[in-house]
Design a protein around this ligand. Structure first.
Ligand SMILES: [Zn+2]
Length: 217
């Protein structure tokens, strides 16, 4: 019988979750010789992954290779082996971006050629000159652009996007209200470094919910 190949099934956020869980196992292996503890951590990781990623039997078998990882080199090889199964972020071109932000007259575009679309859950970049932050997310297979201002100063706090403790800055978005001439503003603390924030997103639904919330009238 012909072997069925597994199609890409992991979102970038799923991949980040697996990476994070793998680190839990590697830390347990590095700090403990007690097999019971290591097995307990593997159990926690298993629960965390199955609770967050829906998988077929074949996909589960692939992901479960995680439990035979015993050192960092194997861990890295395992992550590399998962890459073909990651669904990359939709390809974004400069003209896509211009049409998403039609009202922006002059603005800085992100360095698209430097981006690894297999590693981003959302696309964000800053225009330091205007203190603007631009974000593009994928929602219902479409791209959505969000524009906001970002405060200069950073504080330690919880990021509204990735929910991690980090250096955060106040991000303010403003949307037209239902009554002409009115605006609704939303201010939230988010990671000052959007690239790091991206790496910490392990649940894309929460991230999309956040952007939905701040773009509501
Ligand atoms: Zn963050």
């Amino acid at each position: 019988m012909e072997k069925q190949t597994i199609q890409p099934f992991l979102t970038v956020a799923n991949y980040h979750l697996i990476e994070q869980q793998l680190n839990k196992i590697l830390n347990a292996l590095a700090t403990s010789n007690d097999n019971n503890i290591i097995q307990a951590v593997r159990g926690i990781v298993d629960t965390e992954i199955t609770a967050n990623i829906t998988m077929t039997t074949d996909e589960t078998q692939l992901i479960e290779q995680l439990f035979s990882v015993t050192d960092r080199a194997q861990g890295e090889a395992y992550l590399v082996s998962l890459k073909p199964y990651v669904i990359p972020f939709k390809t974004v071109t400069a003209s896509n971006i211009k049409s998403l932000f039609k009202k922006e007259k002059k603005f800085k575009l992100p360095a698209l050629e430097e981006l690894d679309f297999q590693h981003i859950c959302f696309l964000a970049w800053d225009d330091l000159g205007t203190h603007r932050k631009y974000v593009i997310i994928e929602q219902d297979d479409k791209l959505k652009g969000i524009k906001g201002t970002i405060n200069n100063g950073t504080v330690k706090g919880i990021c509204a996007i990735c929910n991690r403790h980090a250096d955060v800055a106040l991000f303010t978005t403003s949307v037209k209200g239902k009554i002409v001439g009115t605006f609704t503003s939303h201010s939230n603390y988010i990671c000052a470094d959007s690239q790091q924030c991206n790496q910490h997103v392990t649940d894309i639904h929460k991230t999309i919910e956040f952007f939905d919330r701040i773009t509501q009238k």
